[in-house]
Design a protein around this ligand. Structure first.
Ligand code: NZQ
Ligand code: ZN
Length: 395
């Protein structure tokens, strides 16, 4: 079966060594007169990127104000600060300089400025966004794919509720991507980024819709490319060719291209969001800690897909007589890859300790919203299944 789809990827991508030189022109073309320059905790300042961006805006005659300090797993409190600032300053365009956290914070501010109610209403399910300020991105870390995605993931400070909202309204007008700007990434962030990129495609590849062979081929090529480049870049962090593969893959993995004809599962993501909300861990590392447990839990009922993954992505030899063995070897090969790039494969490896039973209950309760919702699509996980996956990842 092939699932019907509606593919929409409106973001202009300007990719390459001197792409920052386009920022001024792109902002003006997107209608920006007064810009909020939004960024994180200091990497963009230290690298000199923000100096280049400010100069670009000045040269283009665009006014701007600034709000930095976005933390990984971005917080609602910063979003509220941004909304206030934008209203006060008459901001009509947001330029996010950073990764998924800064971009998502920008998207949330973009939703909040034209909205009369409380911006958290969108994550609480009380309202649906109907407008968003236009957003541009200067990407510094390939990982979340937010530069081309319809998704915006925010954590509410009180209660540490981490949730996503999806709408085409927040899709970025442009994304400036210079792989050289990612040379400064620490190995852990590089590895977590590669893990997240691969997972965005795996969450669409592991699907009960198995007949769109073109999408499968694109997905498998993307996964192999990121796997090989991530391994190599650990030894050659300033290799432009490697950084470029990973950066472009990061956008394609989450702009819905690898979902054409298949279906989002995203169970591992939903389980992970509770881990990064509660423990502040890096999202990609949290995914690596959970995926093997999820995979082993669901694989027996979806063997053909796991065999295809093992053979076409992980390079495992197909043992035709024992598909469950081939599938298991594929999962083990993925674990080996995670270890090789410095990612955890279990929760104790992630946190440095085991979760208590009470903590597993809290995670399960939050992920299932008190047992009222399920996650996943290839296989639907209810609260009991979520608890099982958390417990197995905690072994
Ligand atoms: O804050 P600074 O100082 O800039 O440091 C950042 C941050 O500590 C650092 N960094 C970024 N670029 C750098 C750099 N350090 C050195 N050199 C550079 N060039 O990297 C750290 C991580 O940054 P962050 O933006 O948090 O990373 P990422 O892109 O992984 O974003 C993670 C967030 O995105 C969400 C995650 O849940 C998490 O909150 N996601 C968003 C999605 C979306 N909107 O589509 C989908 C994803 O599945 C994900 O859930
Ligand atoms: Zn992700």
């Amino acid at each position: 079966m092939i699932k019907d789809f509606n593919f929409y990827a409106p973001t202009r991508v300007v990719f390459g060594r001197d792409s920052e030189k386009e920022i001024g022109k792109l902002t003006v073309a997107a209608g920006g007169h007064k810009v909020l320059l939004h960024y994180g905790g200091g990497s963009a300042e230290r690298s000199g990127l923000l100096t280049v961006v400010r100069e670009q805006l000045r040269q283009a005659g665009v006014g701007y104000c600034e709000l930095g300090g976005v933390v990984p797993n971005p917080l609602l409190s910063k979003v509220r600060e941004g909304i206030e600032l934008c209203r006060r300053e008459g901001v009509d365009f947001i330029l996010a300089v950073g990764g998924g956290s800064v971009i998502d914070s920008a998207k949330a501010i973009g939703y909040g400025v034209p909205y009369d109610g409380d911006v958290w209403d969108f994550w609480d399910g009380r309202a649906v966004p109907v407008a968003c300020l236009p957003i541009g991105v200067v990407l510094t870390i390939p990982a979340a794919g937010s530069e081309m995605s319809s998704s915006c993931v925010i954590t509410k400070d009180e209660g540490l509720l981490k949730r996503g909202v999806n709408s085409d309204l927040c899709r970025c007008r442009f994304a400036v991507m210079n792989p050289e700007r990612t040379f400064t990434l620490p190995p852990y962030q590089t590895a977590a980024g590669a893990t997240d990129i691969m997972m965005h495609t795996m969450e669409r590849y592991f699907s009960k819709y198995e007949d769109m062979t073109l999408t499968d081929a694109i997905s498998e090529a993307l996964l192999r490319t990121v796997k090989d480049a991530a391994r190599a870049v650990m030894h050659s962090p300033t290799d432009y060719r490697l950084r470029a593969q990973i950066m472009w893959a990061g956008s394609l993995a989450h702009n819905d291209l690898t979902e054409c004809g298949t279906e989002k599962d995203f169970a591992t993501h939903r389980l992970e969001h509770e881990l990064s909300a509660l423990f502040g861990v890096t999202h990609g590392a949290g995914l690596a800690a959970l995926w093997p447990a999820w995979a082993r839990y669901v694989a027996p009922r979806h063997l053909s897909r796991f065999v295809q993954f093992a053979v076409n992505v992980m390079g495992v030899t197909n043992d035709f007589a024992h598909p469950e063995e081939t599938a298991e070897r594929g999962i083990r090969a993925m674990e080996d890859f995670y270890r090789e790039i410095g990612m955890p494969t279990t929760i104790p490896e992630l946190l440095g300790r085991h979760l208590t039973d009470e903590e597993i209950e809290v995670l399960t309760d939050k992920c299932s919203r008190g047992g009222t919702i399920t996650v996943g699509a290839m296989e639907v996980l209810d609260a009991e299944a979520m608890r099982t996956v958390y417990a197995r990842a905690n072994a």
